[in-house]
Structure formats: C-alpha cells, structure tokens
Ligand binder design. Structure first.
Ligand code: ZN
Length: 189
C-alpha cells in the first residue's frame, strides 16, 4: 500500500523523510503504522545473501535467479544497498550483505562468523570475483582492506566500486577526497 501525502524534501532520500511531519494527521499515522506492521510480518532477510525478501520466498529472487552470474559476488553493507544497485540495472552477479561494517571494535565472534559465511559462499559457488560495494567512510575503507587481505589468498579477484564525481554535480561541490579519488580513477574518453 503506497503511503500517500508526506513527501519531505525533494532532495532527500526516502529514508531521510521525517516521520514527524505526519504528526498532524492521525489517518496517515495509522496508515503508516499498518504498513510497518504488515512489512514486519511479511518481510525477512534472505538466508543466503541477507537481502530483504518475504518468508515464502527465501532464498530471495536474486539468489534463485538462474540467469545471474554466481561467480561474481557483490558485498554490500546493508540490504537497501542491494535495492539501489539493482535499480542501476547493470549488475549481473549475486550479493552478500555484511549487515554492517567489520570493525576492530566489533565482537571477534561476529567478525569470524561473517568471514566464515563469506568464504563458504566463495567456495560453494566457485566465485571468481568479489566486488566490494561498500561506503567510502573510514570504517568502510578499513573493512575493504581487511576483506581484501583475507580473500586474496583464496585466489579470488577482489575489486571495489570506482570513485568519481556524482552525476549532475560539479567539481565546485566535491570534497577533496572525492576529487582525489576521481583523479586516480580517470578514464580515457
Ligand atoms: Zn538472496
């Protein structure tokens, strides 16, 4: 059921729309509550990749799609990242969601479990390339470095999404780190 009315700022992603802006309308609040309750009942995380799916479709539609290239595994931090990459419509492989970042501050058993799942998946599917589609903050950079260190001895190619200027943006609006990475990732035209 689409949630009508509240749209927040046009430039903000849907996840950033303030729920508080609906507070004056009890019907909309009730509609939102019902939608959230239903989503909580029907949705779960795919046992195989961590994507959002329904209880009656687990593994998810991507994991069970025989046309997908299972030798190309894209690692993301959260299930919403999978939806965004799917919207781009160019990725032919499958996914695995870390459900966060890997941090030295994290419980060691959690880190070990994530790495064991990832390595098992690589071996099971004969993965040839792991694409790290993580964020660009310091903790994500550290997660990428750690994963690359663990995965390279397995003989798997480890790549990371290229960095560059956002579409529709300009140099004047970019921070120094983005410009530095865009310069390193320059392409022939
Ligand atoms: Zn899945």
């Amino acid at each position: 059921m689409p949630f009508r009315g509240c749209r927040g700022s046009a430039s903000a992603p849907p996840s950033a729309w303030p729920i508080g802006c609906c507070c004056g309308n009890q019907d909309q609040l009730r509609e939102l509550q019902v939608a959230l309750e239903r989503a909580g009942r029907e949705l779960t995380l795919c046992d195989r990749c961590g994507n959002l799916t329904t209880h009656d479709r687990n593994p998810c539609r991507i994991c069970t799609d025989t046309s997908r290239n299972k030798k190309l595994l894209c690692v993301v931090e959260g299930a919403p990242d999978i939806q965004l990459l799917e919207q781009a419509g160019t990725y032919p492989g499958v996914y695995m969601c870390l459900r966060g970042k890997i941090s030295p501050m994290q419980d060691e058993t959690v880190t070990r479990r994530i790495l064991e799942q990832l390595i098992a998946r690589i071996r099971e599917d004969g993965v040839a390339e792991v694409l790290l589609a993580l964020n660009t903050d310091v903790e994500s950079d550290a997660t990428c470095s750690m994963l690359a260190e663990v995965l390279r001895p397995l003989g798997v190619k480890v790549t990371r999404l290229a960095f560059g200027l956002p579409a529709g943006s300009g140099i004047a609006y970019s921070d120094p780190v983005t410009l530095q990475r865009a310069m390193k990732g320059r392409q022939p035209v």
